[in-house]
Design a protein around this ligand. Sequence first.
Ligand code: C2O
Ligand code: CU
Length: 658
Amino acid sequence: MELGRASGPFTVDVSADGHLRYTPAITLSGLPQPPSLGRHATYVAWVASPTMDVIQRLGTVRNGRTVLPAISLDKFIVLVTAEESANATDMGGRLMLRGMSPSTRLQPPDFMQFVLGSTREDSGGHEHHEHGGGDSLAWTMVPMPAGISMLPAEMTLRPNAAPYLPRVVNPNSLPVAEPRQLIPLASGDTLRLTAGIVRRPFKGRTLTTFAFNGQYPGPLLQVAQGARITVELTNALDQPTTVHWHGVRLDNPNDGVPDMTQRAVAPGERFTYHLRFPDAGIYWYHPHVREDIQQDLGLYGNIMVRSPRSSYFSPANREEVLMLDDLLMGDDGMVPFGTATTTHALMGRFGNVMLVNGEPRYALAVGRGEVVRYFLTNVSNTRTFNLSFLGARMKVVAGDVGNYEREQWVESIVIGPAERYVVHVRFDTAGDVALVNRVRGLDHLYGRFFSEEDTLGVIRVAGGAASPDLSASFATLRADTAVRASVARYRRYFSRPADKALVLTMEAQGLPFFTRQIMQLDSIFFTPVEWSGTMPGMNWAATGDQVRWILRDAATGKENMDIDWTFRRGEVAKIRLVNERRSFHGMQHPIHIHGQRFLVLAVNDVPNTNLVWKDTVLLPAGATADILLDLSNPGRWMLHCHIAEHLSAHMMMAFTVQ
Ligand code: C2O
Ligand code: CU
């Protein structure tokens, strides 16, 4: 039985409440003719929970291949019985076949392993700490997510790195950060952008964070498609930085990649970027130096590139631009970062406070029937969100680099780090509508899935009807003929064999005994998406010195920065991305390609039927994606995982467009 995937706008098929949906295809051979078993007329497949408290009919099956309805249980058993009637609604006949989902292999492991692990002396590694210059910043315990079990040995783990948080002699001298402002820029304009250190009142404390122009998020830039602007960056941080203009197909020297397109800008220095915006859509900017620190501390902002087509989007009553993030707060404030190497090198730094535009609670008041166009950007280090508006209908209209071929109803938005989606949401009934992230967490120790739900904001829908009334246009799924035409020009490349293949995997060295033991046990099953940080201690303590995430060129075996791909301008390359299931630790990777655009043609060999130009694709653990890369922009560019800690743990390569 293959646990397939239905074609859809995202690379992960998941329900709004967070359950993954598998579309099973069963292939049977050698089953006897049912009548030879007695009065039995037909074979029926059923799906059941492991404890058999839930049993659902999937449908009749026979020798050969049958695609069955989707399954959305975390762990399940599939049974084939011989039934008297093809319409049997209860499983009553003779049991012929039985199979279990890979996730059922997750069992509470042998507790003796852990008792052994917890008594070993080398589990902490804290005797070799680098020192941070004799000051008082020290590691304390990392916060525990509710409902997760951690063993004593895990609680003694500490990262082997000096802790870093931005600190100044006199914090009161710092400017207080303010919410972002919209900055419309005309072609030829110059923007002064300063990356600096600020104070931020946050949940009853004052944090020292970073900000662009003292704003959180950074200023929202608005330009017309085709505009050219200049940005004068000043680095007022305590460390080198650059700015990368994510998704923008600009001229290579302005791409903001240190040691590739420019030298990192030292504290106190400046750099001038010349930007052009060939594509409409929602983009963003962030540093390309230690994103795990700089981006997480607040250095991110959106760029809205407006199409000259007035009907580029179908109508909406208003627009909202949301940057989604999460922040990791401990008992004494923000959990420090690693100074010379990243912490959280396994799964990335999951935060425990969800942020919308830098604030823990998003609020909006709308009229009844209003259609809101939401521009969503995930700027978190590692978290993939599964977002929905409880009780409001939603359609997805655009992705990273412009519109989908046609609008499509969705029950939730799956958005990985660095991805953007534009959705239209209609608020039909008066009352409060929550914007929620609903996922299934995985307690690795006990092999148990559980629901997690976070409310990111509340939309207050008033009693009075909104005007104009957009119910008719909202109910229609519009096609974008210009996007269709732009995609159609590439259709002749769709079915050709892949030109290149990249395998995504990892290696580890020097991890504590305890961590290695648990990871070995854990490798029995990797959930396609790690939605939340449910190995908090182990993950936190693993550094970029111990973990190496790998992009491997399948043809040459070369890895990361040793890979040297060269293309010619105007070439179109089909690239197969394979997220290796047998890796030491499998998880999803949002793969981002600089300076170009691509189409996600197929995921797990299931073709996508509604295409959109993208710059980032979320690859679930064990998944394969075929992308068609449009190599139109000359220069030397990066391809990397956008989980900030994976990037800091080497998961990057470069390619040249001649
Ligand atoms: Cu937003 Cu190199 O990335
Ligand atoms: Cu990654």
